[in-house]
Design a protein around this ligand. Sequence first.
Ligand code: ACM
Length: 537
Amino acid sequence: MGVPPSPPPQGRPVEGNLVRRLPKLLCSLLLVASGAPDTRSVTPLGQIVPAPASVRPGGEPYVISARTVIRVPGQSREARKARTAAEQLAGVLRPSTGYRLPVTTRGGRDGIVLKLGGDRGLGAEGYRLDSSRASVTIIAPKAAGLFYGLQTLRQLLPASVEKAERQPGPWKVAGGTITDEPRFAYRGAMLDVSRHFFTVEQVKRYIDQMTLYKINTLHLHLSDDQGWRIAVDSWPRLATYGGSTQVGGGPGGYYTKDDYREILRYAADRQLEVVPEIDMPGHTNAALASYAELNCNGVAPPLYTGTDVGFSSLCVPKDVTYDFIDDVVRELAELTPGRYLHIGGDEAHSTSHEDYVAFMDKAQAVVGKYGKTVVGWHQLTGAKPVKGAVAQYWGTAGTEQEVVDAAKAGTKLVLSPANRIYLDMKYNENTPLGLSWAGYVEVRQSYDWDPGAYIKDTPSSAILGVEGPLWSETLSTSDHIEFMAFPRLPGVAELGWAPPSAHDWESYRTRLAAQGPRWEALGIDYYRSPQVPWPGK
Ligand code: ACM
C-alpha cells in the first residue's frame, strides 16, 4: 500500500539547480536505502479520476497540519451546503490524521478555504482549486462545485487518509491550480433494488462510493417483476405483498416513505439527484400479483422469484390501470425533489405495439401532470416521446433509427450501452457474478468509447450524459455491488466528466491504478483487472 506511483508531472517548474537540490536528493537516497517510507512523495495534481479539465502544477505543496482550519465563510443556503460538504471531508480526515480540523465560518487566507464566487463561466458544477504553502483554496459559483473540489482534494491526499485509524502522514497536496468542470450534466449510476432488495444503509454506502468520482445522479430501479420496493399509501399491498420476496425467494423488502426520504436527504447532501423508476407496462409482475384488478383477466399471478423478462404487462385497456398510475406517480412525485421520473418502458414483450404506444402516451401525460420530466428506456423512442422527455439508451450498436430520429427531434439521450457500461456484465468468463448477454466487459472495453460520438448521426449536444446501470439478478450484498462497480464505475464517471481531450486509456489506467489503495483503505471490494497496473502487483 502507500502512495501510488507518480508519473513525472508536466510543466512543473524546476526548483533550483542540482547543487541546491543535492542534500534533498541524498536524503531521499538514504531513505530508500534504509527501507523507510518515502514520505515526501505527493500525488501530482492531475493524477485523479475523473481527469480534470485543466491542470497547472507549480509551487510548493500545502501540508495539512494540526493547525489546519477549514474555512467556509457566508450564511447563504449555498454556503450552508458547502459547510455540510466541508464537515463530510473533515469526517474523513480527522480519524486518519488525528487533527481537529475545525470547520469555521470565519474568513481568512490560510488552511482549507471554500469560497463561493469566482468565474461564473465555471457553471453549476465547476470549481477552481489553488494549492500553495499557505492554503488550499477552492472557489466555485455553487456549492456543488465546492463539493467536487473537495472530492479532488481528497484524491490528492495519500490513500491512507481514508483509513479509520490514525496514520503517519504527512498530508501533502501538490502545489498548483486545477480548473475543472464537467463535460456532461448527467453522470449517473443506477441500482436495481428490485431483483434483490438493498437496505437504506447499503444504498448510502454505494452513494458514498459514487460521489468520490463526481457522479451526480442516482437512478433507483424501484419496481420490477420480482419486487415492488417503495411504499405507496393508496395501494399499500404493492410494498407489503409485492415487496415481500426477491430473486431466489429471499424476504425482499421495501422502503417506507421515511426510509426513502432518508435516502433523498443523504443523496442531496452529496449533490446527487435521485431518479426514481417505476417500470411499466412490462416488468410489473409484483404489482399484478398484489392487485388482481390490474390484470386483464382479473386474476392475480403468483409472486415471481426467477430471472426471466418480458412476461408481464399492465392491462392497457382497463381504466383502473390509469387510476393506479396516477396514484403511484402522484405519490412518488410528491416525495421527489428532483426533476425526473423514470417510467421504464423496456422489454414490454407482452404488450402489443399499439397498446404500448397508447400506454406510453397516457403514462407520460401523468408524469407531466405532476410536474416531472419523463425518462424512459430507449424503447420509448418507438412510441411518441413527449417534448422534453429523456431516453436512456441501453442497446449495443448505437444505430437504432428510432433513437436517431428521436434525438433529431429533440429527445435528449442518456447513454448506457450495455456492452460498455452495464456494470452487471461479467468482466470475463470466470467472473463469478453478473450476466453476459451483452458480452464480457473488461475495464478497457468499458472506458474506451466516446459518448459524444456514439449514436449514429447524432451530435454530442443531444447527449445529456452517461449512466452505469447495475442490475441485481445475481447481486445481493454490498461486496457484490462493489466487485461489479469497481473499477468500471469510475470509468463511467470519467466519460461523463472529463473533456474529450483527456480521454486516453494509457493515462486512465495509470490514474485508475492509483485508486486501488484508496479502495483498500475504504474496504471496497474490487476486481483486480489485469489491464490495470495496480501498485504492488
Ligand atoms: C434493460 O436492461 N432491460 C433496460
